[in-house]
Write a new protein. Structure first.
Length: 368
């Protein structure tokens, strides 16, 4: 029953106006739950999480459609959200009312002009109403029929968009948290997708992002929040596990030490959102619950567990256990706002403590 519901939801989002079949990528939200009218906000954070979600779907259900989804999403991120400095920007949105944005829409008139006798086939593949007024711009939708549209025809559809007068606004900020979140996601996908060349390709891209961050040229690692550090550490650990490159676990260890020294509170057993160097009390509240992203503390808990598995150092396990002990009373009352913590609790209940560092080295070589 659960599998059917999960697959139904994954396919519903893909075969809807929320997914752009022309340039890839999912839009962040729609006007209502029917998903028939997207607001056309292309958000980096949301698309990274969707990449990860569909890669997990592919891992467990082996549906090639899910692989197609996360591949197209990443191509969209590469083609539309990548800046000149090799960082990735936050988002692209319509300027003004999303309903008036014709960039993503098509009319039957322009399709007929470009595709001649094939325009009805193209229109149906885009979920358009072929009986509508030919000059009206229509919201398009991804459909199963779109899989039969040729690459050449997709290129022509992209060319039509280049003629649009609709203006888009770019949030050109490049943040530590979303760039490193992308690197971590690519590491996870590299372990899911082992088809020819893709394993190395995703790891290569993840390495470029992390090196860009560590080189401190375009993104500065200074005075950032717990979310930034937690995701950076997590990406470094995962990349080290995938590539066995000690440089990255060394960096992860440095940032873990910095984060513990500046964010960890012994009195509460959890991390604060900002460094203790920050004087504002409101800014030091612990972020424990999940909303549209995992809480920074749950990511740090995972980091502590991974560092223990990688190094065998008992200290990391002690911090991990203390964090779970402190959060456990809230789990039953918080429902979906604590899903990441519930996952960590299941991880803890199913793991066996390492006997020694030699065992840690063995697990490290297995790329856990």
């Amino acid at each position: 029953m659960y599998r059917e519901k999960i697959e139904e939801s994954l396919l519903k989002a893909y075969y809807s106006p929320m997914f752009d079949p022309i340039e890839g990528g999912m839009f962040r939200q729609a006007w209502d739950s029917t998903l028939k009218e997207p607001l056309y906000e292309l958000d980096l954070n949301e698309n990274i999480q969707l990449m990860y979600l569909y890669s997990i779907g592919y891992k467990y259900y082996k549906n090639p459609i899910y692989k197609d989804v996360y591949t197209k999403i990443f191509l969209c991120i590469e083609n539309r959200l990548k800046a000149d400095n090799n960082c990735y920007i936050n988002s692209i949105s319509p300027l003004g009312n999303p309903s008036d944005c014709n960039y993503y829409k098509y009319s039957l008139t322009e399709l007929k002009e470009v595709f001649k006798n094939e325009y009805k086939k193209i229109a149906k593949a885009l979920g358009m109403d072929i009986k509508a007024n030919k000059s009206d711009y229509q919201i398009i939708s991804n459909t199963p029929e779109f899989a039969f549209i040729s690459d050449q025809q997709v290129t022509k559809l992209k060319e039509i968009r280049k003629t649009r007068t609709a203006k888009l606004t770019y949030d050109s900020r490049s943040t530590i948290r979303y760039n490193t979140l992308l690197a971590g996601c690519l590491c996870q996908i590299s372990k899911t997708d082992i088809s020819l060349g893709f394993n190395e390709y995703y790891l290569y891209k993840a390495g470029l992002i992390l090196d860009n961050v560590l080189d401190n040229k375009n993104l500065k690692i200074k005075n950032y929040s717990l979310h930034d550090y937690s995701l950076l550490i997590n990406s470094l650990i995962n990349y080290a596990l995938c590539t066995r490159k000690e440089k990255y676990i060394t960096k992860a260890t440095e940032y873990v030490s910095y984060t513990i020294a500046n964010f960890y509170q012994i009195s509460t057993g959890v991390f604060t959102n900002t460094s203790r160097k920050t004087d504002t009390i409101m800014r030091r509240r612990e972020g424990l619950t999940d909303y549209f992203k995992f809480s920074a503390n749950s990511v740090m808990a995972k980091n502590m567990f991974l560092m223990y598995r990688y190094t065998g150092a008992q200290f990391y396990l002690d911090v991990y256990k203390q964090m779970l002990y402190n959060i456990e009373p809230q789990l039953a009352q918080s429902g979906p706002l604590m899903t990441s913590w519930a996952n960590e609790l299941l991880t803890y209940l199913n793991f066996k403590p390492l006997k020694n560092r030699k065992e840690a080295n063995y697990l490290r070589n297995l790329k856990i």
